[in-house]
Design a protein around this ligand. Structure first.
Ligand code: NDP
Length: 474
């Protein structure tokens, strides 16, 4: 029997939700149920599957308030919670529109090397896709892979984070409303449940930290199943001398502090041309000071609490490390306790360098360390001086200048004259570089096609070759 898990509310610090993870037997039974339903689902035409997904979008819309309320309790933020639900509904509808065109179909093609042979194929979906998601965007990151996996004809088992499990119940209810419960199951639990999901799946989509990603990859390697990993980042923003300083401040601030910096694609390091450094810093400090917490009134302010209490300690330790090595803390700078929740205001740092953990390790908080550079060469070298390669941003006077720099950055996506655009735009394919991930793009057309295995059918229109054609003395 699994032990009950007590869940902390990020606004109050109190336990206000408890759940018991499914037992190993219950998970096995759930996987068997999904596997039993999946072949008929895959056998439907893609248009028929999209009709069912469309019904799910309607069901989620009918339960929007209920799902948003659960997400609000999970994350301590209201507007972003509602945006997550609206975004999930839009994502389902987007795939309903796009999947019929994107779903691969194979025609017979004559062989080039041997005209007697022709080939076609079949795109076979992974039957059971395991999804393991983090706590920072609990709904978005549970469904971002699940929706296209389902669209491709697979069934899905989702393990949400034990830190933010509340949303799963109303989403499961929406799946039941749309008669999709036999194709999608939630497996709420901690790391152990994650490992069980891996043991039951044919492919695993994992979003989370590098450290856990390694464990997931190792477990998948043991089973020789694919692991698509979307991991952490330390995204740099380069601002050149020709940039519009006010627009760069705007992009830097939003890119760094939205969702209290608890986003993989958050701007975590800012490199500014020395000639505009001081004025940029001054305006950034002013803008950061104007950001308000959504406490005590959740309908006010721009940023919510730190969702996971252990993360607050990591953020505080990085700021302290920077301070002890000579960084200047201009705003914020400490974890505040209000009403039992943990909060941190946008924290602008200057006089930073790469000996500080705040410049090299993922912070996952609203911290904006600003460092001057002398040449573009130096800026590119600093931006690339990281074990991560999730995404990056460049702000310059024009797009050509920004693009020339962007092409030199070792990152899977680069925002030009803005920041963190991958959070807003899902159409461009991208892969994570270095330790930020592994596997095909979850964005763009590959977001769907990665859930199919390609099977080749090779036909001989002539006669099979005899063994004698391969005689050693022939
Ligand atoms: P974790 O790696 O701690 O957890 C991610 C998920 O893995 C959770 O559901 C967690 O469960 C589960 N898990 C923990 N241990 C194991 C295990 N041994 N086997 C299988 N599953 C396990 O990440 P966080 O939740 O802290 O999320 C923050 C991280 O996610 C950051 O590094 C962030 O950059 C990254 N991220 C990456 C994104 C991307 O697209 N590249 C997007 C968003 C976030 P539980 O929480 O219950 O312990």
């Amino acid at each position: 029997m699994s032990a009950e898990i007590a869940v902390r509310n990020p606004r109050t610090g109190q336990t206000d939700y408890r759940f018991t993870p499914p037992s190993a037997d219950a998970l096995e039974a759930a996987a068997a149920r999904l596997r039993a339903a999946q072949p008929a689902w895959a056998a439907l035409s893609i248009e028929a599957r999209m009709e069912r997904l469309s019904a799910w979008a309607d069901a989620m819309e009918a339960r929007l308030d209920e799902i948003a309320a659960a997400l609000e309790a999970d994350t301590g933020r209201r507007r972003v919670a509602r945006l997550e639900v609206a975004g999930a509904i839009a994502s389902i509808r987007g795939w309903v529109q796009a999947a019929p065109q994107l779903a691969p179909r194979a025609d017979w093609t004559p062989g080039r090397s041997n005209p007697a042979l022709k080939h076609s194929g079949q795109y076979v979906p992974y039957a059971l896709v395991g999804v393991i998601s983090p706590w920072n965007f609990p709904l978005t990151l549970s469904l971002i892979d699940a929706i296209p996996a389902l669209a491709a004809g697979g069934a899905v088992m989702i393990k949400p984070s034990e830190v933010t499990p509340r949303f799963a119940q109303p989403v499961a209810a929406s799946l039941a409303d749309a008669a999709l419960s036999d194709l999608v199951a939630f497996a709420p639990g901690a790391g152990e449940t994650g490992q069980q999901v891996i043991a039951l799946s044919d492919l695993v989509c994992f979003t989370g930290s590098v450290a856990t990603g390694r464990k997931v990859a190792a477990a998948c390697a043991q089973r020789l199943i694919p692991a698509f990993l979307e991991l952490g980042g330390k995204d740099p923003l380069i601002i050149t001398a020709s940039a519009d300083i006010d627009l760069a401040v705007r992009a830097a601030l939003r890119g760094s502090v939205l969702s209290t910096g608890q986003a993989c694609q958050s701007i975590e390091r800012i490199y500014v041309d020395r000639t505009i450094h001081d004025v940029f810093l001054e305006r950034l400090i002013e803008a950061a000071r104007a950001v308000r917490l959504n406490w005590p009134d959740i309908t006010q302010g721009e940023i919510g609490p730190v969702i996971f209490d252990k993360q607050a300690a990591i953020i505080a330790a990085q700021i302290e490390d920077a301070r002890s090595r000579g960084a200047v803390v201009h705003t914020g700078g400490q974890v505040e306790t209000h009403g039992g929740g943990l909060w941190i205001r946008p924290t602008v740092l200057s006089n930073v360098d790469h000996t500080m953990s705040v410049m090299t390790e993922e912070t996952f908080g609203p911290v904006l360390p600003v460092m001057a550079f002398e040449t573009v060469e130096e800026a590119v070298a600093l931006a690339n001086d990281t074990v991560y390669g999730l995404s990056a941003a460049v702000f310059a006077g024009d797009l050509d200048e920004a693009e020339a720099i962007a092409r030199r950055l070792d990152a899977g996506a680069v925002s030009l004259n803005d920041a963190a655009l991958t959070a807003l735009f899902y159409e461009a394919e991208k892969q994570s570089f270095r330790q930020s991930g592994l596997g095909p793009s979850r964005m763009g057309a590959a977001g769907l096609t990665r859930f199919y295995r390609r099977k080749a059918l090779i036909a001989n229109t002539g006669e099979p070759a005899p063994l004698s054609a391969f005689r050693e003395d022939g």
